[in-house]
Design a protein around this ligand. Structure first.
Ligand code: T3D
Length: 258
């Protein structure tokens, strides 16, 4: 099995599972990931997703042994499998937390960056390895990098292909947090459980608003916020949030979603 899926109360854990190749990506794996994300979204009891890797690496990007001898067209056809996966992560109506347990290279780094929260172990690193093999960052790398860390740092990571240690990645704002190795999975499960207990529909709308902001001017974004706020205001979780405030107790969000 190239991925493992585990159900926890309120959320699912998806583990990339080719540890002998640092969880390098294959088409089969991308398809399994797409199916696992669809399954998580279809399950109304699932309110968040945690993505991580088995073994000492998170994901070493495209499995290079699978593209030896492939034509340029065959290589670019791979993106027909990977691009939908990146889009799916961005539009999934659930928070996705990525626990980067080791090196995240090439498409593996950008798979992590497509998630809503990235927590990385101090020993982990992020490598836009593409230039090392004469390719350009794909799987959203050229979109995520300048937006997250600015043009100068994006250019350096993409063109030099040096490994960026997790702690620097967190200082630069590329990821949410770098944590000691022995705390990574506890912290990642804690964050995922916390988000799974949140107002699921509102969190999905936050995700959409932030995503669309990248292509909007302020006036368009204000219009979008009004539309999405109308949707959020109609959810039972909004009513519960207000009741909890007035009753001076923590909210118990049901997370119902359409
Ligand atoms: O255009 C397209 O559509 C194509 C898509 C492209 C998207 C991409 O992701 S391109 C970038 C592909 N990834 C890379 O170039 C990274 C290759 N890997 C590395 O540079 C290094 O392995 C790492 C820096 C990630 C980690 O180094 P290290 O020293 O910790 O581990 P290692 O010894 O190199 O790797 C351990 C094993 O995993 C090793 O196998 P072995 O010798 O024990 O049998 C190694 O060959 C294997 N491995 C690592 N990365 C890949 C891989 N096998 C296949 N594909 C890999 N990407």
């Amino acid at each position: 099995m190239t991925i493992l899926v585990e159900t926890r109360p309120g959320y699912r854990v998806i583990t990339l599972n080719r540890p002998e190749r640092l969880n390098a990506l294959t088409v089969e794996m991308a398809e399994a990931l797409m199916a696992a994300l669809a399954g998580a979204e279809a399950d109304k009891t699932c309110r968040a997703v945690l993505l991580t890797g088995a073994g000492r690496g998170f994901c070493a990007g495209q499995d290079l042994t699978a593209i030896v001898g492939a034509s340029a067209d065959e290589i670019s056809d791979l993106l027909d499998h990977y691009n939908p996966l990146i889009s799916r992560l961005r539009t999934l109506k659930l928070p996705v937390i990525c626990a980067v347990n080791g090196v995240a290279a090439g498409a593996g780094a950008n798979l992590a960056l497509a998630c809503d929260f990235v927590l990385a172990a101090h020993s982990a690193s992020f490598v836009q390895a593409f230039a090392r093999i004469g390719l350009i960052p794909d799987c959203g790398g050229t979109w995520f990098l300048p937006r997250l860390i600015g043009a100068a740092r994006a250019r350096a990571l993409a063109m030099l292909a040096d490994a960026l240690p997790a702690e620097t990645a967190a200082q630069w704002g590329l990821i949410w947090q770098a944590v000691p190795d022995d705390r990574l999975m506890d912290d990642a499960h804690g964050l995922t459980a916390r988000l799974a207990g949140g107002p699921t529909s509102a969190l999905a709308l936050v995700k959409r608003a932030l995503e669309e902001s990248a292509g909007n001017g302020l006036d368009s974004q204000l219009d979008l916020e009004r539309d999405l706020q109308t949707e959020a205001a109609a959810t039972p979780d909004h009513a519960e949030g207000l009741r909890a405030f007035l009753e001076k107790r923590p909210p118990a969000f049901g997370g119902g979603r359409s």
